[in-house]
Structures are given as structure tokens and as C-alpha cells.
Design a binder for this molecule. Structure first.
Ligand code: SAM
Ligand code: SF4
Length: 336
């Protein structure tokens, strides 16, 4: 292997010796929420249906990537549950890959009816986004009065066996950062794993400001003062996870993408709803796989494109550099 080419076989390696084995698959760019930190109130220009990968196309690319070493797939969006017949895709992936770790990130709104069919189709777990435990604030942040329904969705997910449930909380200074302790108490009550995510410059309205980022270190200090914490991570996850030292159920975690980027350990790949491979949330470029797929590319040809894309992954995002440039796509268009 010479230094400028990816290896022709073996795991999906990049120039910095990272191995990509975790894939996020966006199944739609549409969403039934309008979270302030993600989408504008009027929504975005949705992709025409013909531009979105069919389940068969998604399954073919997933199979290729699993063959190249991907061991965990997370379905996301947009809002994955608004994609018609989603359990069919889960069943296809599960049938082809019995040992695959298969999960989904969702806003939870449709989980009350979908949790059971998704679990039956072979989904392992869900992560549900929930930014406030106060109904009014939840409605302000998501622009939907859906708090009760999302809680019902989490209960349905638990009953269907999609647990432990992870809960994503995007923490925004002056908006919901006063709820850290309440979320920790709720994690202990429910057994959920609550992950506090630093606000990233990926909102469609470009309202992100550094001053609104609440550093994870302070969040953990605040929780540990009330409930001492014990690390519970495996080092490769971007979320640094903790259990409660007193043995209570549940746990907390932080995703410190802004203040302590985890780029050097990043093992992620993303496939957008229209079939582009992205090696970083913040990448300025991406590799179109749908075009070649639809014009008859062989698996070997697609493998070459995937290997080159991964090889070209950059060392890390540059949010903290003066030359930082936001990517053209916002979170829901990439597949967070
Ligand atoms: N619609 C699903 C949901 O909300 O869970 C899945 C897609 S959403 C884009 C994936 C995750 O990205 C969610 O947990 C959401 O809170 C998070 N997210 C969206 N915009 C963000 C931003 N600007 N900064 C940090 N996290 C963000
Ligand atoms: Fe929709 Fe998820 Fe974005 Fe909220 S964060 S607008 S639920 S895609």
C-alpha cells in the first residue's frame, strides 16, 4: 500500500489510521417537528421522492458497507419514522445481517404505534430526542406541542424491548441549561441514559453562537455534585457515559463535539437520504453513490468509491478554528 491510496482490502481505513465501522443511514430528509436548533418553522425544500434511495438501494449499500467492516447501523433523518413502511427496511437489514447492531434516532412522536412493529422487524434500540421536561418549553424548542406524546412513545419503546432507551438533549445556553439536574433525576427514575449534546453550528437558520454552547465539563460537574458518577464508556463512542455511583438505574453522558472534539477517535460514516456518503458531519464534500448505483456500478466499483472517500476523511472538524466554514447542509439534511 502506498501512502496516497486506500488499502484494497481489510477494514475501512483513513489516512489517520481510524477505522470506519459505524454507519448512520438517513432514510428521509423530512420531519414532523421543527426544532429551533435544526430546522426553520416553514421546513426545508424536501427532496423529490425519486431522489431518495429506495429500501433496496439502501440495503445494497448497507450490505456493501457491512462487508467492509461496518458493525453498527443507526437509522436517522430528518425523522426516520415518517418514512413510509420503515419496519420493512429494518426487516430487510435484519434478515441480511443477523449480528448487526441496529438502532434508530427519532423524535419519538410516532413511536407509540411504531415501536412494536420496529422491534418485531429486528430493531435493537432507540435514541429519542427530548430537550425539555417542561411541556411548554418542549413545545417552544420543537415548535410542536408533543411532550406527552413523546413520553408515550418512550414508554411504548420500553414495552417493546427497545431498551435501554437513550435520550438526546441538545443543551442551549439560556434556553434549557437549567434542566440538567432535573434530567439527571429523571434518568435515575426511568432508567434512561440521558446524553447532553453540545449545540453545534448545524442549524438551518444559522442562529448558532458560541455563547450558547454549554460546555459538557460543567454539566458533568453539576450532576456529580448531586449524584457521584462512575465512567461507563468504551472509549470509541463519542458520548462519554457514566453510571451513578450509588447504583441507581439509568445513566448520563455528554457529547462534547464543540469543546472537546472526539475527531481523532471518530469511527463514523454517514449515508444521506439521497445516497451520498459523508465522512464527517462538517465535511465540505461528499461522495455520490446513488448515481453510480443507478447506472449499474458493480459492488467492486462501489467499494473503490467508498474506500477512497473514507481514505480522504479529514483529521477533524474546524469549529474551533478561525477559518471554520459551516457545511452547506444542516443537520436534518445530513442525517444527524
Ligand atoms: N429527527 C430525529 C431526532 O431528532 O432525533 C433524528 C435526526 S436529528 C437531526 C438527530 C440528532 O441531532 C437529534 O438528537 C437532534 O437533537 C440533534 N441535533 C439537531 N440539530 C443539532 C444541532 N444544531 N446541534 C446539536 N445537535 C443537533
Ligand atoms: Fe426534526 Fe430531528 Fe431536526 Fe428536530 S432535530 S427538526 S426532530 S430532524
Amino acid at each position: 500500500m502506498d501512502g496516497d491510496h486506500p488499502p484494497a482490502s481489510g477494514p475501512l481505513l483513513d489516512r489517520f489510521s481510524r477505522v470506519a465501522d459505524d454507519l448512520r443511514v438517513s432514510v428521509t430528509d423530512r420531519c414532523n417537528f421543527r426544532c429551533t436548533y435544526c430546522m426553520p418553522p416553514e421546513g426545508l425544500d424536501w427532496l423529490p421522492r425519486s431522489e431518495i434511495l429506495s429500501f433496496e438501494e439502501t440495503a445494497r449499500l448497507a450490505a456493501l458497507l457491512v462487508r467492509l467492516g461496518v458493525s453498527s447501523v443507526k437509522l436517522t433523518g430528518g425523522e426516520p419514522t415518517v418514512r413510509k413502511d420503515l419496519p420493512e427496511l429494518v426487516a430487510m437489514l435484519r434478515e441480511a445481517h443477523p449480528g448487526l447492531e441496529l438502532s434508530m434516532t427519532t423524535n419519538g412522536y410516532l413511536l407509540d404505534r411504531l415501536a412494536a412493529p420496529l422491534a418485531e422487524a429486528g430493531l435493537d434500540r432507540v435514541t429519542v430526542s427530548c430537550d425539555s421536561l417542561q411541556r411548554h418549553r418542549f413545545a417552544e424548542m420543537t415548535r410542536r406541542d408533543a411532550f406527552d406524546r413523546v413520553l408515550a412513545g418512550m414508554r411504548a419503546a420500553h414495552e417493546a424491548g427497545l431498551s435501554p432507551i437513550k435520550v438526546n438533549v441538545v443543551v442551549i445556553g439560556g434556553v434549557n441549561d437549567d434542566e440538567v439536574e432535573a434530567f439527571a433525576a429523571w434518568a435515575r427514575e426511568t432508567g434512561h441514559l440521558v446524553r447532553f449534546i453540545e449545540y453545534m453550528p448545524l442549524d438551518a437558520e444559522q442562529a448558532w453562537e458560541r455563547a450558547k454552547v454549554v460546555p459538557s465539563a460543567g454539566i458533568l460537574e453539576r450532576i456529580a455534585r448531586l449524584h457521584p458518577l462512575v465512567p461507563d464508556g468504551n472509549g470509541t463512542e463519542p458520548a462519554t457515559s457514566f453510571r451513578f455511583a450509588d447504583g441507581a438505574q439509568g445513566g448520563v453522558g455528554v457529547i462534547s463535539s464543540v469543546t472537546e472534539p472526539f475527531c481523532e477517535a471518530c469511527n463514523r460514516l454517514r449515508l444521506t437520504a439521497e445516497g451520498a456518503l459523508r465522512t464527517c458531519l462538517f465535511a465540505m464534500g461528499e461522495t455520490d453513490l446513488r448515481g453510480p448505483l443507478r447506472s449499474g456500478a458493480t459492488d467492486e466499483e462501489l467499494e473503490g468509491m467508498v474506500r477512497s472517500a473514507v481514505w480522504g476523511k479529514w483529521a477533524g472538524h474546524r469549529i474551533n478554528h478561525p477559518d471554520f466554514v459551516r457545511p452547506a447542509r444542516s443537520m436534518s439534511m445530513i442525517g444527524g
